[in-house]
Design a protein around this ligand. Structure first.
Ligand SMILES: [Zn+2]
Length: 473
């Protein structure tokens, strides 16, 4: 939505990125000043505590667990090393290079976002666009509806060279992309149309709120952003994804029934499994369980079917079911909502601060003036960039939960290990703890394999599932 500003500012596919931290000074006005500071302090403390706990939980997992030690035959740490050693050095070097290149792309995207925002403000392009909208119509709402699509389009054009490198050239260099330029570019255009539509609606709603809540716009803005992203997350799988890929029922009974059995055992209300033709765009393996209120859908991509064995497929699908059963969609909305509130609070401070200094030069009148949108984006892009470790850690912790759920459901520790190695084609397998903390939105391959090996070493008992039930007469 509004805040997907990190990647290409209108990126339709990325998880919503919300604005990030630092300190907040007392200069909020009037009566909200004190409560505000308190809320922000609490949020900061919560965030730090969260991170500390996630690190501790992670650090304690390893082989010292008593259960693992009673299992004489398997040492999880040694077993993890052995799995990792099966990856040839050249493959490891390639995947490390790909993933580490992503660290730099994070920086380049941030700098491009900042440069575009400053350019639109300093050149007064943004103010002139607002003036144009004001000449066309006297309606404030329509002025935003005129300003927003032009702004989104300009940002898309200016950030296209980097997007082209990142998502086309680089993906081909590493052998992950399967599309030629024509079809790829066509999909970018479709994505742009979706972005223009969704972005214009979102910004119209947001500015309507800004006009009515001149002082508390940051609180209402957060609420709108959270509600919009929640709907966006449910609308996207149903209305947006079919624009790019085709979903059809999976027919192979061995795979389908094995997946449905795990779903049934976990109260997931589905009768079919879908296969999506992701190989149109990429060689990557993936799957998802999406939906709400009767629209629940389990889908896996054709790369997963082609490249993986049944135990590996079961490990992946059980992980996806974990996201569903553990309500990760709703939980992440709440977590990101908290981060967004923090971001909007910071935006409120820096927006006013910047206007006091440059407002006249940029000809931006205030928060309800759409000409200030690039400034708001500048703040959000910076916040999101600085908060990347926090956002990644929030997602990584939920991914780890899904892994835990998945391994208990699939009971495929070796399948888990093999899939982790396959995902290692584009995610560094054995990063340093600091790297994992800052850059990983999923556990690393090493962490996942070790989790599988811990589980395997624990030798959980399996009851006799065929024992007769109590008789009823
Ligand atoms: Zn996941």
């Amino acid at each position: 939505m509004l805040s997907s500003a990190t990647k290409s500012q209108i990126s339709y596919s990325q998880r919503l990125a919300k604005p990030p931290p630092g300190y907040v000074r007392l200069s909020f006005d009037q009566g909200i000043q004190y409560p505000c500071r308190m809320i922000l302090r609490c949020l900061l403390i919560l965030a730090v505590a969260w991170l500390a706990f996630s690190k501790i939980g992670y650090a304690q997992l390893p082989s010292s667990s008593p259960a693992a030690q009673t299992s004489a035959s398997l040492n999880p740490v040694q077993a993890t090393k052995a799995w990792l050693a099966t990856v040839p050095a050249d493959q490891r070097a390639k995947s490390n290079a790909y993933f580490e290149g992503g660290y730099w792309l994070l920086l380049w995207n941030f700098l491009v976002g900042v440069a575009i925002a400053i350019f639109l403000l300093a050149s007064k392009f943004s103010a002139q666009l607002r003036d144009f909208a004001e000449r066309v119509t006297g309606s404030k709402a329509l002025q935003v509806a005129i300003y927003a699509p032009v702004y989104i389009f300009i940002v898309a054009v200016l950030s296209f060279p980097l997007a082209f490198y990142q998502f086309f050239i680089r993906e081909h260099q590493y052998g992950f992309a399967t599309q030629t330029f024509g079809p790829w570019f066509l999909e970018q255009l479709i994505g742009l149309i979706v972005g223009l539509t969704a972005g214009t609606i979102a910004l119209s709603i947001l500015y309507a709120v800004f006009r009515r809540a001149a002082r508390n716009w940051w609180i209402w803005g957060t609420l709108v952003a959270v509600v919009l992203s929640f709907f966006g997350n449910f609308i996207a799988p149903v209305f947006v994804e079919p624009l790019f890929n085709t979903y059809k029922p999976l027919t192979d009974p061995t795979i389908r029934d094995s997946i449905l059995a795990m779903a049934q055992a976990n109260q997931i209300p589905v009768k079919q499994v879908f296969e999506v033709d992701a190989s149109r765009q990429t060689t990557r393996v993936s799957a998802n369980v999406a939906g709400l209120l009767g629209t629940t859908r389990i889908a896996l991509n054709d790369n997963l079917l082609k490249q993986c064995t049944l135990p590996e497929i079961r490990a992946v699908m059980a992980h996806e079911m974990g996201h569903y059963v553990l309500n990760h969609g709703a939980k992440l909305t709440v977590y990101f909502g908290v981060v967004a509130l923090f971001g909007f609070a910071i935006a409120r401070f820096f927006f006013d601060w910047a206007l006091r200094i440059w407002g006249e030069r940029w000809d931006v009148r205030g928060i309800s003036d759409p000409a200030g949108l690039p400034l708001l984006m500048l703040i959000f892009v910076t916040f999101t960039f600085l908060m990347a470790p926090v956002l990644n850690s929030i997602v990584r912790v939920t991914e780890r939960e899904a892994d835990q759920f998945g391994i208990n459901t699939s009971r495929e520790p070796d399948g888990e290990a093999r899939v982790a190695l396959k995902l290692g084609a584009y995610r560094k397998l054995d990063p340093t703890p600091l790297e994992e903390f800052i850059f990983f939105d999923h556990p690393s391959g090493r962490a996942r394999i070790q989790m599988g090996m811990e589980w395997k070493a624990a030798h959980l008992p399996c009851p006799n599932l065929d024992a007769p039930e109590p008789a009823t007469d």
